[in-house]
Write a protein that binds this ligand. Structure first.
Ligand code: FE
Length: 356
């Protein structure tokens, strides 16, 4: 069914180019449609670990613009990976959208992504934020920051990641579990830059400063700082921005805390991405690329970040409302496709450090 519509489309393209349409073209030999070809009747299956209403509007806009029907399966990244393992080569997934380069690496290392070329994506997305062979593309950016209680700590005591391992913060830190990919990626960059020994010393120092065993997500860490359970926490920036732009109660929570972008005089703050990959099982990789290219337009970027409060990646895309409350900051230039190589070691270090 799908191949028939593809063949019909490409024949129309050939005819439009003034070449004779082949009467007996085999569907298998059909060239992919040009990026601007109409795509009525075609379907794109998106496996997404995101769960935002704004994404529904994003899919609807792509459908309206292209005539391509978007089916979405939403679940956590680990669950989507398990689903794809169960489905194997029969997986209907065309596009995989998950947060954190470390999570994308897991899909890639299990063989569920394929390398694709796109001049538009390569031009729009900095090389640091995409996989070198096109296995995934960063589409929105996040920074791993320190949220702290300015009544308890001067800013200069929490302006580096190294500060968090200092004895003076004994009993003052809240951080989520090390099994979370955000912490694995943060430590991955640390291992790459400073070596395994220094990374383990840092992880042990941080773990010895915990105010409580790791529990809850990033938002829960900010709430714990605001409630006085700890003086500082490691979180992704957007959790704080959502609180700071949220309900009256949420804004009061955020107002009790400040944000530090660590390592401004060092390598810059650790950043990561939400990204998309073309599934290795996709029967329509050219449609999948077209969809990811849409996400990398200023319009797609705006819809992708409006609710999440991530940073757009593509030049010309405006920041979502609320991000103006954060200062500009120096970002780490660490190439995110190198993070995956350190994932297993990062987990082993956290385990040894007692950062559960
Ligand atoms: Fe998150």
């Amino acid at each position: 069914m799908f191949r028939l519509s593809l063949a019909a489309t490409s024949m129309a393209v050939l005819a439009a180019c003034g070449q004779p349409a082949q009467q007996t073209a085999a569907p298998e030999a059909a060239a992919p449609p040009a990026a601007t070809a109409p795509a009525e009747g075609q379907v794109l299956n998106v496996y997404s670990a995101r769960h935002y209403d704004s994404d529904k509007a994003l899919y609807a806009k792509f459908e309206a613009d292209t005539g391509i029907k978007v089916n979405v399966r939403e679940s956590g990244a680990p669950e989507l990976l398990e689903t794809m393992k169960a489905e194997g080569e029969a997986s209907p997934a065309d596009v995989i959208i998950v947060s954190d380069a470390g999570a994308l690496y897991r899909f890639q290392s299990e063989g569920f992504t394929q390398g694709v070329r796109s001049d538009a994506l390569e031009a729009a997305i900095p090389a640091q934020l995409r996989e070198k062979d096109g296995h995934w593309f960063g589409l929105a950016k996040r920074a791993r920051v320190i949220v702290y209680d300015p009544q308890l700590l001067p800013a200069e005591e929490v302006d580096t990641y190294a500060d968090l391992a200092e004895d003076r913060l004994k009993g003052e830190l809240c951080v989520r579990s090390s099994t979370n990919i955000y912490n694995l990626s943060l430590l991955g960059e640390f291992i790459s830059r400073n070596g395994s020994e220094a990374a383990e010393a840092w992880a042990k120092g941080v773990a010895s400063n915990f105010a409580r065993p790791p529990e809850g997500g990033d938002s829960a860490q900010i709430e714990a700082v605001a409630a006085g359970q700890c003086a500082a926490a490691i979180v992704n920036h957007y959790y704080w921005v959502r609180l700071a732009t949220g309900t009256t109660e949420e804004r009061m929570t955020a107002a009790k805390t400040s944000v530090s972008f660590p390592d401004q005089t060092e390598n810059g703050t650790h950043i990561n991405i939400t990204g998309a990959a073309v599934s290795s099982t996709s029967r329509a990789p050219e449609l999948a690329v077209r969809f990811i290219e849409f996400l990398a337009t200023p319009e797609g970027q705006t819809m992708l970040t409006a609710e999440t409060k991530e940073f757009p990646i593509v030049a010309g895309a405006p920041n979502p409302e609320g991000l103006e409350i954060l200062p500009g900051f120096k970002q780490s230039d660490f190439p995110l496709s190198e993070l995956g190589a350190y994932q297993a070691e990062a987990q082993a270090i956290f385990d040894r450090a007692g950062w559960n």
